[in-house]
Design a protein around this ligand. Structure first.
Ligand code: ATP
Length: 262
């Protein structure tokens, strides 16, 4: 990997505070993400996983703290510099978050149209390539999101997230609501694209199978902070009721067995 220490941590969050009115979501949260890893961000409902994602990509202004991506501050950055940074990551919000009035082709082209100077023919060709990369048939290009299954919508959302060849992909609960086979196939897709494209993946998830199958490290959010970060095996040593229940309950044992058996 890169020798530059600033590069080792592709995302660095320090002392993050986020609030909505009097409700404090993050209260001094620290998190480093390493270049090239798949990090799974887990925690109970409402612990601020999606809010953390939104803060890192600059869609939400924290009350305090530092957020650096690629060694540059995301906060208090001039608009032009932020736009340059933003081009280097892709985001997939929940359920693919496609524009419902646009076809898959138009959805995948949207970031190219908005953030690049690519000629229309080139955009079209690239959208076709991205759609094939996520395992969708070419016939999906002309379809509207409502005509696709949940799994296909996620794939289209992923194709849009990689439209501009990003270095980081943020995925917010990509397998939520998919059947186990669809979810497992999507996990494989994440892993394959991460390896092929050298992506760093920031994965917000509830899905224990994803943690065991594809995550290099797990960050657990609780009590407004990152309570623990490490491999799933490292979570054994974390003495916190939520962590104990989550990583040692029957669902965890099943996920572990599946991962071990595959
Ligand atoms: N725009 C907003 N205005 C007010 N409160 C918000 C807003 N966005 C999020 N919150 C609150 O912040 C807290 C964290 O929300 P967030 O969506 O990050 O949780 P989460 O950990 O992703 O939960 P889940 O696993 O249920 O999706 C919640 O209490 C939520 O109600």
């Amino acid at each position: 990997m890169m020798g530059n220490p600033a590069d080792a941590h592709i995302i660095r969050v320090q002392g993050l505070m986020t609030r909505f009115g009097t409700h404090t979501v993050h209260d001094g949260l620290d998190l480093d993400v390493r270049r090239g890893e798949i990090i799974g961000v887990v925690g109970g409902s409402g612990t601020g996983k999606s809010v953390l994602l939104r803060a890192i990509v600059g869609l939400l202004k924290p009350a305090a703290g530092q957020i650096e991506v690629f060694g540059e501050s995301v906060r208090d950055t001039p608009e032009a510099a932020y736009r340059r940074l933003r081009r280097r990551w892709g985001v997939m919000f929940q359920d693919g978050a496609l524009f419902s009035s646009l076809t898959v082709q138009q959805n995948v082209e949207a970031p190219m149209r908005e953030q690049s100077q690519l000629a229309p023919e080139l955009r079209e060709t690239l959208a076709g390539i991205k759609v094939r990369m996520v395992g969708l048939p070419e016939t999906a290009l002309a379809k509207y999101p409502a005509e696709l299954s949940g799994g296909m919508r996620r794939r289209a959302g992923f194709a849009r997230a990689i439209a501009l060849d990003p270095e980081i992909v943020f995925l917010d609960e990509p397998t939520a609501g998919l059947d186990p086979i669809g979810a497992a196939a999507f996990d494989i897709l994440i892993k394959q694209l991460q390896a092929a494209l050298g992506l760093t993946v920031f994965l917000v998830t509830h899905d224990l199978d994803s943690l065991y199958a594809i995550c290099d490290r797990v960050a657990v959010l609780a009590d407004g902070r990152v309570l623990a970060v490490g491999s799933v095996a490292d979570m054994d040593a974390v003495d916190h009721p939520w962590v104990q229940e989550y990583f040692h309950g029957p669902r965890a044992r099943a996920a572990q067995a599946t991962a071990g058996g595959s």
